[in-house]
Design a protein around this ligand. Sequence first.
Ligand SMILES: O=P(O)(O)OC[C@@H](O)[C@@H](O)c1c[nH]c2ccccc12
Length: 259
Amino acid sequence: MSTPDLTRVPGVLGRIVDLRAGDYRDADPALGGARPAARRFEAALRAPDLSLIAEVKRASPSQGAIAPLDPADAARAYAAGGAAALSVLTEPRYFDGNREALLEVVAVTDLPALRKDFVVHSAMLREAADWGASAALLMVSVLREHTGEYLGAAHHLGLDALVEVHDDRELDIALEAGARIIGVNNRDLTTLEIDLNVSPRLIRRARDAGFAGVLVAESGYRAPQDIAAVRGLADAVLVGSSLAGSGDLARAARDLMTA
Ligand SMILES: O=P(O)(O)OC[C@@H](O)[C@@H](O)c1c[nH]c2ccccc12
């Protein structure tokens, strides 16, 4: 597999992916044999109502420390609060994530889990599958023209892929690559600024282009009114900070999704 040219990735995102690429520089790129596709993450988001993907997020570059969550406790609380799927940060420096967080979450719930990291090496996908994740995040802002290749690798490993975009050009790449699940990030990861109009706009564009897969609105959702803007448009919302910092994760998840 080829390595994306990370020198073109700007801002905060560029710093994070550089460090991640360093972490995996000597990792074995082999994917191993094909694994069966369970499609559990995708299936969980295909419910008639708007689904919640709740994120185990202890810190972020924009906020610093959010809450010292115990991943297993957080996963149980999110499940009790009605989440359809979970997202677990495994990036260590900026998000205080790690492998153990994902392993603990997978051990205590039946909900499908997404490995949320800055995938820049095929070994990161093999790990995601080995650790029990149902899906991995693939960021078009990082992978660019390699997105299709990484999508193929994820599928080879039996993983679903959440292919993340933030603008029109990235959406075109995701559609062309054959993504089955597309996430639209309201946050510009190069500046960390949030614009809640990005998701509805690009989700409409994807549907107008005939995309029949799953669409996820990501980042910046704090109140039921924010969620209202993507009801009937998105299949799911991905929410981290506002739930993680709430003190009562089950209740916060339930309240946020109540129309
Ligand atoms: O904490 P928020 O604003 O609810 O956002 C959650 C999630 O969308 C965000 O953590 C995220 C979206 N894409 C990413 C890529 C890498 C790291 C983090 C992210």
